[in-house]
Design a protein around this ligand. Structure first.
Ligand code: APR
Length: 251
């Protein structure tokens, strides 16, 4: 089996429409905890107490304390080489579309654009009662924050367990999956739907699935290439290999 960095680079170079799907693992090297696995958030906190509409109705202060903590963590974090490399591949149009499950802004801060954010954005808040919405730069001072328009509570504009994703965002993501002849799946356990179906759509259409993860997942069984590595370490190597092959072809 030729070196998997080289194999990945060759697949990407001969593909016409490459998309990427990322999960919390791509932000792990920036110091943002993932959800599952031994140090994951769900090993310390109960999602049903913090990430559901019922939890918010029951205890908006607790939910907001948790999201404020995560907002601070993300603000202090920096995009890592994985985010930066994806942004470079996107700006070179090698990657056509970036779809993320993450609610952090590290892809944006790395330079990625037109990101399909399946689960929302932690820095956007919306009123539970009226149409008010606002982009924050810092965690709210008042916890839980109140809508300046109607006085009801503001909530993070993210998708909680038990809630459905916005149909137009799902639609956009699956149209991209249908168009793709290759997908880079980075740092996701692939267990949350509908995001977990996206690589399968590419595969079922005859596209190539390249998975980057530090351990096997439910996606590995049908991936064409499984690169067992930290995203921040291997993505720059794949980028370098792509550039090297391109240069050698222009000799
Ligand atoms: N490089 C690559 N992969 C990594 C790294 C790393 N440095 N560190 C961890 N991983 C992998 C883990 O092995 C795991 O497979 O990232 C994956 C993270 O999986 P989860 O914690 O389940 O996160 P994710 O797949 O993004 O969860 C999906 O679940 O809780 C909800 O809404 C939340 O968007 C989230 C969704």
């Amino acid at each position: 089996m030729i070196n998997s960095v080289e194999a990945a680079a060759k697949i990407l170079l001969r593909s016409k429409y490459i998309i990427a799907l990322t999960g919390s693992g791509i932000s792990a090297e920036s110091g943002i905890p993932t959800f599952r696995g031994k140090d994951g958030l769900w090993s310390k906190y109960k999602p049903e107490e913090l990430a559901t509409p019922y939890a918010f109705a029951r205890n908006p202060k607790l939910v907001w304390e948790w999201y404020s903590w995560r907002m601070k963590l993300i603000k202090e974090a920096k995009p890592n080489p994985a985010h930066i490399t994806l942004a470079k591949l996107q700006n070179m149009r090698i990657i056509k579309t970036l779809i993320t499950q993450n609610i952090d802004d590290l892809h944006e801060r790395a330079g990625s654009r037109d990101i399909i954010k399946l689960h929302g954005d932690i820095f956007t808040v919306r009123c539970i009662n009226c149409i008010f919405t606002q982009k924050l730069t810092n965690p709210p001072i008042e916890i839980p924050p109140k809508c300046p328009r109607c006085g009801a509570y503001l909530r993070p504009d993210v998708v909680w367990f038990g809630e459905s994703l916005s149909p137009e965002i799902i639609n956009k993501a699956f149209i991209e999956a249908e168009k793709a002849d290759a997908i880079l799946v980075i740092g996701t356990s692939g267990v949350v739907m509908p995001a977990g179906l996206i690589p399968k759509v590419v595969k079922d259409n005859g596209g190539k699935v390249i998975e980057i993860n530090i351990e096997e997942t439910v996606i590995t069984s049908y991936a064409d290439l499984f690169l067992k590595s930290k995203a921040g370490e291997i993505l720059p190597k794949i980028f370098e290999k792509i550039m090297e092959i391109r240069r050698s072809r222009h000799v």
